[in-house]
Write a new protein. Structure first.
Length: 449
């Protein structure tokens, strides 16, 4: 008898995954810099660290001698998963139909659990350099969407095949964690450099005000669905927490919730010999205070002659026609409209860069951790080759976290007044989205004056 609403919840949970827009990842506001000058007759090569793998582009951050200001416009999208093809994520992102072939391909390669992350982060940044203090002021705006999911494989199968897939069997729906964040981010920070002669240190801190547009947070404890042969009845055992930050249509001018976050950077370098950076990003909290919707509870529920549909046949009216008696209703999770708060899934990374070949080649290695359920450390290496002092191509390879294996490629070019960078941290998924999981693309445009 504990098993009623979980059917609704699991379908609702997976429907939520398909109904949400997109997500995404934020542009880096704490940039690492290293300038090497081997010959006074040659413009210096600019060497870079990559403190965020999803944003790891070779972008010119060196101010000209006659410039103190920079404006950067960037767009950044990425998704990572083990087993879910990139085209699956695209269809979710653009609310397009998902074919049975695509569902079957994902199900075949998922393993025992689903891990998926998706981020979207377009924005604009202004920097002003104070030469006497060797300090940079950074002001920025980013539109942020992030979606993170970890769940048993059977949760995916229940959502996309329906409970008939488990006729005479029990589907495990325990330890589902689903988070969707949608907000505007206004940031201000400073970057300070200190030269000790042989060694240099850089410290950066950025604080951000977060205007929440929407949020969905779902988690389950010990949860399962048993479907009797021929669908005679369904037993649902559930332990559920569901929070939604706004039940009204998104409004960019309202404050459905507010939050604050911080980015921190500490960098050490030995002039042109090496550079080591430690970064923490999105360390913060959100509070939701208007139009909240909450469900919570744990119980057993028995449905007679009830069938959970798959997502392709699911709508918000699916359960409207169910007639539940008061005894059954009492076993469903309790509904409330309470305020709640969540910590953001912050990222911590450690990055090391080393120039070679008279500074024409820069090798970078890094390890990254995200505060997400069952997220293992992500590691990557990157090679940056300067075709000319103002032009660089880069290749990267990474694995871990929620990804399978990433291969990236970037190109960056600097002119006197303008900078351009374009690339992908997961090129395979970008060019072969129907067969490979994960994808990404970014574009940055900058001007100095």
């Amino acid at each position: 008898m504990k098993q009623t609403f979980l059917a609704l919840v699991i379908v609702f949970f997976t429907h939520t995954l398909s109904a949400q827009d997109t997500i995404a990842v934020k542009s880096d506001t704490l940039y690492a810099r290293l300038c090497v000058l081997k010959s006074p007759t040659v413009k210096p090569y600019l060497l870079y660290n990559y403190t965020a793998q999803t944003n790891n582009n070779a972008f010119n951050q060196q101010f000209r001698d006659d410039a103190n200001n920079r404006i950067i416009i960037d767009g950044n999208y990425y998704s990572n998963s083990v087993g879910i093809p990139a085209s699956f994520a695209y269809n979710l992102l653009f609310n397009q139909p998902i074919s049975n072939n695509l569902i079957n391909r994902a199900d075949k390669h998922l393993g025992n659990e689903v891990k998926f992350e998706e981020n979207l982060s377009p924005g604009i940044t202004y920097e002003h350099y104070f030469k006497k203090a060797d300090l940079t002021l950074v002001i920025g705006y980013n539109y942020r969407q992030m979606l993170n999911l970890s769940a048993p494989k059977q949760a995916f199968e229940t959502g996309f095949y329906g409970n008939a897939h488990f006729e005479g069997d029990t589907a495990n729906l325990s330890n589902i964690h689903f988070d969707y964040y949608n907000y505007n981010q206004l940031s201000i920070g400073v970057i300070k450099r200190i030269d000790y002669g042989s060694y240099q240190m850089q410290m950066g801190i950025t604080g951000s005000f977060l205007q929440v547009i929407n949020n969905i947070d779902i988690s389950t404890g010990n949860t399962s669905i048993y479907t009797a042969p021929y669908g005679e009845y369904v037993d649902i055992n559930y332990n559920l927490t569901y929070n939604q930050g706004s039940t009204t249509p998104p409004n960019f001018t309202s404050l459905n919730g507010i939050g604050a976050s911080g980015d921190f950077n500490l960098t050490f370098s030995n002039k042109d010999k090496w550079k080591l950076s430690f970064d923490v990003k999105d360390l913060g909290i959100m509070s939701f205070r208007l139009h909240e919707l909450n469900y919570s509870g744990s119980n057993n529920v028995n449905f007679q002659g009830f069938v959970i549909p798959n997502l392709l046949n699911f709508s918000s009216q699916t359960f409207d026609t169910l007639n539940l008696d008061s005894a059954l209703l009492s076993k469903l999770p309790s509904k409330s409209n309470n305020q709640y708060s969540l910590f953001l899934p912050f990222t911590a990374s450690l990055t090391f860069s080393k120039p070679l070949l008279n500074d024409r080649l820069v090798l970078t290695a890094a390890v990254q951790y995200k505060f997400l359920p069952r997220y293992y450390a992500y590691g990557y290496v990157k090679a940056n080759y300067f075709i000319r002092p103002d032009m660089v191509i880069s290749g990267s390879a990474g694995a871990g976290g929620y990804s399978l294996f990433d291969l990236g490629f970037e190109f960056a070019k600097s002119w006197k007044y303008f900078d351009l960078a374009v690339g992908s941290a997961n090129l395979i998924g970008l060019v072969a989205p129907s067969v490979y999981s994960g994808s990404g693309f970014y574009l940055k445009l900058g001007t100095t004056f």
